[in-house]
Design a protein around this ligand. Structure first.
Ligand SMILES: [Zn+2]
Length: 307
């Protein structure tokens, strides 16, 4: 059983109206999910930053509607995981769906909008995407600012509600501000900078800091975060896993594929069903104990902190 902390299916469904049951255009559809070892998947509410600010919140709500009306309500075997209790009650023949927010730009400067989004059952909130917002600056911007005064209030809300603060996409200064302020920290989809020098990856100091704060790190399948030159193979991901383990992150590593958030994919790892192939290759390289930790145990242990 595998848990995956990040995918962008909701965005694809909102943007293109694909057939959720089975679509050649989706890396993650229901048919592929049911034919994969993934039992629990996090689904991000990701609002494109090109939309005017006043429309962004409405689009976030539209994606939540898609989550309920297309994923949860019509599919009896798919359970919305909002709490530890939901997780404990999940049956082997059921699939779990966790709702997350990628980037706080849709809330503007309105804490009530954040609270309303959270109340739909969101368990993980990324402070930024690739754009700066009222909460913090992004790693992709030149400004390099940290968490703002408003961002501090956002993190307080997340702490009160025992929700993960997600540092993937966040500026370096923002990252360390979150580590100072947030109770539950995750980098849901980032690889190791030492292995692939992309800004979106975590440097060694960040990895150490996340381990010290008992955070989680989601190994991601974005080819350009895995290896600087193409093609990228599954074994290239193992260099990241090895590095994270060498940095002491064995008990903190999880998966955060980013399926449907990427256009290019790693060879042999282009849909959620290909997790079988990844698993097979991991079994040749790693002990069962390490595989189980990355696949689910590290996540399950931390989710138990949540209400
Ligand atoms: Zn992302």
């Amino acid at each position: 059983m595998i848990i995956d902390a990040h995918c962008d299916l909701l965005y694809q469904l909102w943007r293109y109206n694909y057939d959720l049951n089975s679509s050649e255009c989706l890396q993650f559809d229901l048919n592929k999910w049911r034919n994969s070892p993934v039992q629990i998947q996090a689904f991000a509410i990701f609002v494109p930053d090109y939309l005017p600010q006043q429309k962004q919140y409405d689009v976030a709500l539209q994606m939540i509607e898609i989550f309920y009306e297309q994923l949860i309500i019509p599919n009896q075997d798919i359970i919305h995981i909002k709490s530890k209790q939901d997780l404990d009650q999940l049956q082997p023949d059921q699939l779990g769906a966790i709702l997350t927010l990628e980037g706080c730009h849709p809330i503007g400067t309105d804490l009530n909008k954040l609270i309303k989004i959270i109340n739909y059952g969101v368990r993980m909130v990324g402070l930024t995407w690739n754009n700066d917002n009222a909460v913090a600056d992004s790693i992709m911007s030149a400004k390099r600012g940290g968490v703002t005064a408003f961002g501090r209030e956002v993190i307080q809300v997340l702490n009160q509600k025992q929700i993960w603060t997600d540092v993937s996409h966040l500026s370096i200064n923002g990252f360390y501000d979150v580590l100072d302020q947030a109770k539950h920290v995750i980098a849901s989809h980032s690889n190791a900078f030492t292995i692939c020098q992309h800004r979106r990856n975590l440097d060694d100091q960040q990895i150490k800091a996340l381990v010290e704060r008992d955070g989680l790190i989601g190994l991601t399948f974005v080819p350009e975060f895995t290896k600087s030159n193409q093609p990228v193979h599954i074994k290239d991901l193992f260099k990241h896993i090895d590095h994270f383990i060498n940095m002491g992150a064995e008990n903190h590593l999880i998966f955060g594929s980013d399926f449907d958030g990427i256009t290019e994919t790693i060879e042999g790892l282009s849909t959620v069903s290909d997790y079988y192939r990844l698993q097979e290759q991991m079994e040749k390289h790693y002990s069962q104990s390490i595989i189980k930790k990355i696949a689910r145990e590290n996540f399950l242990k931390r989710f138990s902190h949540q209400r």
